[in-house]
Structures are given as structure tokens and as C-alpha cells.
Design a protein around this ligand. Structure first.
Ligand SMILES: C[S@@+](CC[C@H](N)C(=O)[O-])C[C@H]1O[C@@H](n2cnc3c(N)ncnc32)[C@H](O)[C@@H]1O
Length: 189
């Protein structure tokens, strides 16, 4: 199974990921408790897992049928009741889902960019994911939809050198060694 929450749980202590980690600061886990996060490009659910482990309630949305089935299976097999209770999943295209959804504190977007070779993420599973889903060339549309449904912020994960999603300049960015988190703030926070 390419997604396994029990394995992720097992590996969690060695990963030493805390609320000051780039992706966690980007979504605001260092500032807010009980965040409601929509991960609109769930993929292998790695980021969703981190958010849920650190206390957020996460709604994962994934449109690709095979990946959606893998997420669903992983959720069913998840033995950690607390973790499981923090993860919800919908097999949908987020462009439709967000039109009809409730609001979330944070909407998180990590689409596969066309020239995204994921050098830093050149792990086998992510390469397999890219081989399965290809490129998310329609993801520009997601940003405005997300901005309408986010109470606090929209966060877009990009490779360090890829342009802003939909050419929209963020309120701020967090630059990691290979990835960048573009943050679109909805309110003073
Ligand atoms: C780079 S991967 C995300 C990886 C994920 N952040 C993780 O931690 O594993 C992008 C995923 O978003 C999905 N995706 C892209 N656009 C989408 C959309 N409009 N609705 C739902 N899923 C989408 C793709 O099918 C793919 O599985």
C-alpha cells in the first residue's frame, strides 16, 4: 500500500517534526489550536498526516481514483483512533468540492507543477505518484476558490523556483531549502 498511516505513525518519533517546522508554521499550527484544515490536494496524505498528528482536524480531498482508493484503504486500516478521528476524506475534484463546502480555517494546496521534478522529494513514492497523476495543469483555478472558503489563510506549497500559483503574489512566503510555502492571509492574524 503506498499510503500507510500505521507506518507513518511508527516513523513519526524519528522524524522530529514539530509546530516550528516550515509546513506547520505555514498553516499556522504554531499559533492556533484545533485548526480546521482542508488539504485540497491530498495525494499521499503525508502533509495531512503531519497536520493531524499536531492537533488539526483535516479534510483531505483527492480526485484521482487510484490515489483516492489508497487514502480510503489507509484510513480504514488506521489503528490510531485519535488520528483517525482527525482525518476525513472525500474523493472529489476540489474545484467542485470547494464550491459547495463549508469554510475552513486553512486551505492547503500542493498541486503537482508541470516542471516540478520534485528533486527534494525524489523519494520513490512521490515519483510513483507523479507517474500516476501526471501534472496538475488546472490548479490555478484552485486558488481563488480556496480564498473564498478560507477563514484564516490559504497555503500553497511550491518548489523553490516555481512561479506563484495563478501568478498571485502571496502575503508572505516561507522559504525552505528546496520548497517554498506561499501564504495568502485572509485576515490580520
Ligand atoms: C503533489 S501531490 C500532493 C502531495 C501531498 N501534499 C502529500 O503530502 O502527499 C498532488 C495531488 O493533488 C491531487 N490534485 C490535484 N488537483 C486536484 C483537484 N483539483 N482536486 C483534488 N485533487 C487534486 C493530485 O491528484 C495529486 O494526488
Amino acid at each position: 500500500m503506498i499510503i500507510n498511516f500505521n507506518q507513518m505513525n511508527h516513523d513519526w518519533p524519528q522524524r522530529r517534526i514539530g509546530k516550528q517546522h516550515d509546513v506547520c508554521r505555514a498553516v499556522g499550527l504554531h499559533r492556533y489550536t484545533n485548526l480546521q484544515i482542508a488539504d485540497a490536494t491530498a495525494g499521499l496524505a503525508r502533509d495531512a498526516f503531519i497536520f493531524a498528528k499536531l492537533g488539526a482536524n483535516v479534510t483531505m480531498i483527492e480526485r484521482h481514483t487510484a490515489i483516492a482508493a489508497a487514502i480510503q484503504q489507509a484510513l480504514e486500516a488506521c489503528e490510531d483512533i485519535d488520528l483517525k478521528s482527525r482525518l476525513q476524506f472525500y474523493h472529489h475534484d476540489s474545484r467542485e468540492f470547494l464550491k459547495h463546502s463549508d469554510e475552513y480555517d486553512v486551505i492547503y494546496l500542493d498541486p503537482m507543477f508541470p516542471s516540478d521534478n520534485r528533486t527534494a522529494l525524489a523519494k520513490k513514492d512521490l515519483q510513483r505518484l507523479q507517474a500516476i497523476v501526471g501534472h496538475d495543469s488546472d490548479s490555478d483555478e484552485l486558488l481563488d476558490l480556496a480564498k473564498h472558503k478560507a477563514r484564516k489563510r490559504v497555503v500553497v506549497k511550491r518548489h523553490k523556483y516555481t512561479p506563484y500559483l495563478d501568478a498571485q503574489t502571496p502575503s508572505l512566503s516561507i522559504n525552505g531549502s528546496s520548497m517554498r510555502y506561499d501564504i495568502y492571509l485572509m485576515q490580520a492574524s
